[in-house]
Design a protein. Sequence first.
Length: 298
Amino acid sequence: MILGLGFESWLLVRSNQQVSLALGGLEQKRQARETFQQQVAGPSEETGREILQELGSVRARLAAARATLAGDDETIFNAPPPAKSIDAFFDVADFIEKTRTLAAQAQVAIRSDEHFGFSTHATEGPATELAAAVYRQRVIVQFLIGALFEARPTALFLVQRERPLSAVQRTERNQPRVTSFAGPGVIPVHDDPADFFELAPRYSLRRSGELDTDAFKLEFSGQTRTLRGFMNHLAFCELPLVVRSVEVEPINSTAAAVSVASQPLATATPIPIVAQSISRFRVIVELIRPITQTESQP
């Protein structure tokens, strides 16, 4: 009996000790929490002003970036697009004629029937609903060729563009909820496939509902400095142009033979003892612009 009472007393004492230890640990945690809460003070007025200033700065940079991306309309699109197919036809024809003359002046070799990516419209204009898109492409191609000719290539082999989209088709493609796009439903009757290429999605900056682009491919020959000069011109111009792909293929100088529309070089031109290496370059460029809220709405 005495032993039983002693054992129960020992259990009671031990239980009280365990409870006391638990309560002590709980009290320590409560005090630590209160100390932490006192140390983490709310934002002061000065901190609030700094946050607002930083927010204003970020918004200003965002607006400037959007203005830069949308600035191409003011930089090179200084005239309204043709409203009729026939007007678009004459616009393209005038561009082709002037660019052939420019190639002759720059001594850049081109094919005698070169249309600079617009063979489709050699005899007729685009469909009325595509006139504005073709005009936009024509203006950008003209800018790219001008920049390339300043870099002094030896020959221009190829200019390609994406198939143009009507305003309705472009808006449909820009819908963020659209998971697939079947492509343009309006294709000219005399469509020339040599004019067009399809940019692989992994290379494109286009994002449905966020960012729209126009892609172009140029293939030309020249020395390395030709490519470097072309890249520098694009990098420092005011247009939001992004180079998405560059391919380089060494070729012999004789491999660049094409029907030359430019004036022949003077026979008195010095011939270097060590011939400069000539390469063939393929460059894909995208002109980007942010999608407006209206364009992204279903």
